[in-house]
Design a protein around this ligand. Structure first.
Ligand code: GEK
Length: 245
């Protein structure tokens, strides 16, 4: 079995101390189950991202999957981008993720060629891009580096190129945010997570996953130069934006 089907029980037992969340071997071993049971809409988003990429990819350009984890977006791009001469650059800074992603891609058949890179997405060159995807990765980038990364993505995109930015976000007013957070926790409970698991995971993600509001994301995208930056998907407090150069 190349893609693990193991169940995520990382936070099932009470921990004396909850350490900051890391994308290590333990997480990699359960990652497909963890993300599907934690992120509402995740499974629906993947083919839809592929569909958008299929429309915006330009011949002889690059598609970037930044924070590729086990390559779910890369596989969607591989299936749905048909333009000639395209290559995918898939990047993650977790060596455990990259190792497992390499195995998955090797067994996933043909399609666009993929350059799989173990690196910080803030450090890699972005060139000749027609499609850049940040599917729930940007929220892990330190806030001080966020403006520069978006600017570098904008600069590396061809005219007419797109950035697909999926994020867990904060809503205003607080009452709306509270409601969407509650609905997200209900979603996790309905998927089999206990209150203890939900609470310990939340502690682990504090100061690791730092959410912003949709208007904050839109302002940064506009500031970088994007002609438009609109919401195209929302499931509770998880959204995806399409920014067009
Ligand atoms: C999917 N997109 O399945 N540089 C490179 N990688 C990073 C960085 C960074 N600075 N920060 C975090 N990551 C995937 C899901 S998961 C989302 C993305 C989640 C990587 C990190 O190692 C992890 O693999 C990924 O971003 C975030 O569609 O688990 O909520």
């Amino acid at each position: 079995m190349i893609v693990s089907t193991a169940q995520d029980t990382i936070y099932a037992a009470e921990k004396t101390e909850v350490n900051p969340f890391e994308f290590d071997e333990d997480v990699v071993a359960v990652f497909p189950d963890m993300i599907a049971r934690s992120v509402p809409g995740y499974k629906l988003l993947l083919p839809l991202i592929g569909q958008i990429a299929g429309r915006y990819a330009q011949p002889h350009s690059r598609c970037y999957d930044l924070g590729c984890s086990l390559g779910a977006v890369t596989l969607a791009l591989r299936q749905q981008v048909k333009q000639p001469g395209c290559r995918i650059t898939a990047v993650d800074n977790s060596s455990a993720m990259i190792e497992q992603c390499r195995q998955i891609l090797a067994h996933s058949g043909g399609g666009l060629p993929v350059d799989l890179v173990e690196a910080d997405i803030c450090q890699i060159p972005i060139n000749q891009a027609s499609v850049v995807v940040l599917n729930f990765t940007f929220q892990f980038v330190p806030p001080a580096q966020r403006d520069t990364l978006i600017q570098r993505i904008y600069d590396g995109l061809l005219p007419g190129g797109v950035l697909i930015l999926s994020e867990k976000v904060i809503f205003e007013p607080t009452a709306l945010d509270d409601l969407l957070v509650t609905l997200h926790h209900d979603f996790k409970r309905a998927n089999g997570y206990s209150d203890l698991e939900i609470s310990q995971k939340r502690t682990a993600l504090e100061n690791v996953l730092i959410s912003e509001t949709v208007p904050q994301h839109q302002a940064r995208l506009r500031q970088a130069g994007f002609a438009s930056a609109d919401l195209w998907f929302q499931a509770f407090n998880f959204v995806s934006l399409l920014a067009i150069k």
